[in-house]
Ligand binder design. Structure first.
Ligand SMILES: Nc1ncnc2c1ncn2[C@@H]1O[C@H](COP(=O)(O)OP(=O)(O)OP(=O)(O)O)[C@@H](O)[C@H]1O
Length: 260
């Protein structure tokens, strides 16, 4: 099982020297899902932003962020443009903010493909259609012509997943990808992500505040509190035998809502 990305002793401080993320480390592996779980303000999004080279300029970062063995911390904007969206795919919480409202979804996929690789329009349409079908949007040839407002929230999130996967990323980063969806649709999307991760051997880094979601999808869980990782390990070990009181309470509280 190969290591795709490593976060090594990452710390992030604000301009007024407040520590926002403190000395965190973890590794991401091919075909595996890593869940970063923590309450609001614990530093999850800042960690993702750092891993995507999207940290606001006023924040100061120390440590190493390795992608395929290369430290990306000193990367220029141009170097980031080469890997972000291609080798590293991204899925956000609200697909409607990432999709263009006035362009049919099929064309958005086709344009994305053709902006990165040199292929004919026909071939791009074929690949886009195949990808929509793969993420469960059927009949894909009909749905290609739809605008985002003509699709449900869950369908738009599937479009986002299709876009993120289109260029064959090795790492997929998803920030609360299902929190805007109803429970049944959440489960469908998580099942889809889990299947795609295992099948395509990419690595999935999923950020959530919900331990139930982590329990459903993760191979490894890291629990973040106030900028530090208080425990991490095999998902079932962390959930069934938490070493920290915080994780135990989190699970006890959340498992009350588990559908059995
Ligand atoms: N640009 C910034 N300048 C200063 N502080 C910031 C900045 N961005 C975030 N923070 C602070 O850093 C801390 C961690 O924020 P972060 O967005 O990573 O939390 P989070 O765990 O993702 O929370 P949520 O689940 O609510 O998105 C918070 O206290 C936040 O207020």
């Amino acid at each position: 099982m190969a290591v795709i990305a490593e976060v090594k002793k990452l710390s992030i401080t604000s301009q007024d020297l407040q520590t926002l993320v403190s000395d965190i480390s973890f590794s991401l592996h091919t075909g595996k899902t890593f869940c970063l779980i923590g309450e609001s303000g614990s530093g999850k999004t800042l960690t993702l932003k750092a891993m995507l080279g999207m940290l606001p300029n006023q924040l100061h970062l120390t440590g190493e962020l390795l992608f395929n063995g290369t430290n990306t911390v000193p990367f220029t904007r141009r170097e980031w443009q080469r890997i972000r969206g291609k080798q590293i795919g991204i899925i956000f919480q609200h697909p409607e903010q990432a999709l263009h409202p006035a362009i049919p979804i099929g064309r958005q996929l086709v344009d994305l493909l053709r902006s990165h690789i040199s292929i004919t329009k026909l071939e791009a349409e074929r690949q886009a259609c195949r990808m929509l079908d793969k993420v469960g949007l059927k009949p894909a040839d009909i749905l290609m012509k739809r605008y985002p407002h003509q699709l449900s929230g869950g369908m738009n999130q599937r479009v986002m997943i299709a876009m993120a996967l289109l260029l064959g990323p090795e790492l997929l980063i998803a920030d609360e990808p299902t929190s805007a969806l109803d429970v049944t649709t959440q489960a469908d999307i998580l099942t889809l992500l889990r299947g795609l991760t295992a099948e395509s051997e990419m690595s999935l880094l999923l950020v959530t505040h919900d331990l139930l979601i982590a329990n459903y999808i993760a191979d490894t869980i890291a629990v973040m509190v106030q900028g530090t990782i208080i425990e991490q390990g095999n998902a079932q070990d962390v959930i069934k035998h938490p070493r920290q009181e915080y994780t135990r309470i989190l699970w006890e509280y959340r498992s009350k809502f588990m559908i059995t």
